[in-house]
Ligand binder design. Structure first.
Ligand SMILES: Cc1cc2nc3c(=O)[nH]c(=O)nc-3n(C[C@H](O)[C@H](O)[C@H](O)COP(=O)(O)OP(=O)(O)OC[C@H]3O[C@@H](n4cnc5c(N)ncnc54)[C@H](O)[C@@H]3O)c2cc1C
Length: 476
């Protein structure tokens, strides 16, 4: 009898009867892909080229029922299970060698209610696809700053972007979600229904079930907004970062600056004499009336002689795509993040040294200025946890070929270790590269919320079916 080689939940090699697999596939509305199917190779690829995984089965779900079937099939057959939405998680948790992948990327339903200012969004949507529909009504919900990222993974671990100080995290804007739990039930999670599950999925990642759709609050944004986007010479990094920090202390919530240190890309948009040189960038949107924006953003544009100033009014949906081309599919990526309490001289000189030492010209160190609306949500109001840190550092090793893996991963780790000296430990779980720090990292991220997350995990997923993620290990 023909068999399919698979890997069990515990990681052991095993086999599945082909007839059982056939039966499962024939009951789906979507497709079931196996390694010899024509579409398999493309479907198994993730955004990060470092991650090379070959699942035994990919379920390209077309409906909520498909998701329920797939969860039940994985559980009943003891299969290692991965959940994939936008496929952009840096650690590559959305696939599993020899396992079953629940691929939600075709589930792109979207319904905007402009009267109530809400949107119900299928878990397979990217940020760009969501923004495109909501912007038709001059509305938006906070998302990340690269439009090709999936809304699902991003929201489940928080979600920080250009609207964070005005409207909070993506997860702060959730009204409800539809969740298929490990036992195959379809639940609504909201303040009114399954409130513990709702608390847990707002920051707790993919640990509690498969979210098939998200309902978000919308806010008036754009469609045209003013955007400040300036690159200054790298030797001004200290002054620029200190000035932005001072600016943020009095800035309106409408402005959520993001700075980054890197090397000027060798492309036409940037002056040739600067190609490959260090820069410090400041990028911020004004999430309010365009008439007020010029004055509010001007200080960020006058921090020195710029290398280039791309600032100006532009559609919000375009702002969300400004950084897309810096992150091509299939390049190699390894990221880290750490919260710091401020930008004192020690932090700034460490940042400048580390940026200089990056082996790849595509790598950056990002400085996210936090506070505002995202900072006013209490640490115990959702799983996301403490928001008191004024600054989140993102350490991004981005490079092209496998021959440079070792040097780039070593740089990111070294940079992380160096910057951690300035931190009381907080990290942001949407950014870590591989998951090597394990449970230590989870405790740092969730702080006091960790114990409650374990309790909810025990309730909804005691066997840890949803384990390929920033995992909260059940103790039941
Ligand atoms: C280029 C780029 C830019 C980024 N910019 C930002 C940014 O500005 N702000 C920010 O906050 N983050 C940002 N991120 C990080 C991003 O939020 C995470 O990588 C996130 O995991 C991506 O979501 P995804 O759906 O694409 O991921 P996937 O790789 O598809 O999924 C990641 C994990 O999330 C879980 N998951 C996904 N969907 C579901 C679901 N429907 N139900 C249950 N579990 C699920 C699973 O555990 C899965 O393994 C960026 C990432 C990239 C690659």
């Amino acid at each position: 009898m023909a068999e399919l080689r698979v890997v069990t939940l515990a990681g052991a090699d095993s086999a599945l009867d082909e007839a059982v697999v056939e039966g499962f596939g024939s009951g789906l509305r979507g497709e079931l892909l196996r390694p010899d199917d024509a579409e398999y190779e493309e479907s198994r690829q993730l955004w990060n080229g470092v991650i090379e995984k070959r699942p035994a089965l990919i379920v390209r779900c077309a409906s909520v029922e498909d998701v329920v079937e797939a969860v039940n099939f994985a559980r009943e057959n003891d299969l290692l299970l991965a959940v994939r939405a936008g496929g952009h998680n840096v650690a590559g948790t959305a696939s599993a060698d020899g396992g079953l992948v629940i691929d939600l990327s075709a589930m792109k339903s979207i319904e905007v209610d402009p009267e109530r200012r809400t949107v119900r969004a299928g878990a397979g949507l990217t940020i760009g696809e969501l923004d495109e529909e909501t912007q038709k009504h001059g509305l938006a919900t906070p998302m990340g700053v690269v439009s090709e990222t999936g809304i699902a993974g991003l929201t489940l671990n928080g979600g920080i972007g250009h609207l964070r100080r005005k409207h909070g995290l993506s997860s702060d804007n959730l009204i409800s979600a539809s969740v298929v739990t490990a036992d195959g039930r379809l639940l609504t999670a909201s303040e009114e229904e399954n409130a513990d599950l709702f608390w847990a999925i707002r920051g707790g990642g993919g640990n509690f079930g498969v979210v098939t759709s998200f309902e978000y609050r919308l806010h008036p944004v754009g469609p045209e907004v003013m955007c400040a986007f300036v690159l200054y010479p790298g030797d001004l990094a200290g002054e620029v970062l200190r000035s932005v920090e001072e600016y943020v202390a009095d800035a309106p919530d409408e402005v959520s600056p993001l700075s980054f240190l890197g090397r000027v890309p060798r492309v036409e948009d940037f002056p040739g004499e600067w190609h490959g040189e260090q820069y410090v960038a400041v990028l911020a949107v004004y999430a309010g009336p365009v008439e007020e924006a010029d004055e509010a953003l001007r200080p960020l544009r006058e921090l020195g002689d710029p290398i280039v100033d791309f600032s100006g009014p532009m559609p919000y949906a375009e702002v969300q795509k400004l950084l897309d081309e810096d992150y091509p599919d299939g390049w190699r990526y390894y990221w880290k993040s750490v919260n710091v309490g401020g930008l004192d001289d020690g932090v700034i000189s460490a940042l400048m040294e580390q940026a200089e030492a990056a082996p790849s010209e595509h790598s950056t160190i990002d400085v996210w200025f936090q506070g505002g609306a995202m900072g006013r949500v209490g640490a115990d109001e959702s799983a996301f946890g403490d928001r008191s840190a004024p600054i989140l550092l993102g350490i991004e090793a981005n490079w092209e070929g496998p021959e440079d893996d070792e040097a780039n991963i070593a740089w990111a780790r070294d940079c992380f270790a160096g910057m951690r000296r300035f931190s009381d430990g907080g990290v942001y779980l949407n950014f870590p590269g591989f998951l090597e720090e394990g449970q230590g990292l989870m405790r740092d991220a969730y702080g006091k919320n960790y114990e409650r997350l374990v309790e909810i995990k025990n309730q909804y997923d005691p066997a840890n079916l949803f384990r390929l993620n920033q995992n909260i290990q059940p103790t039941a």
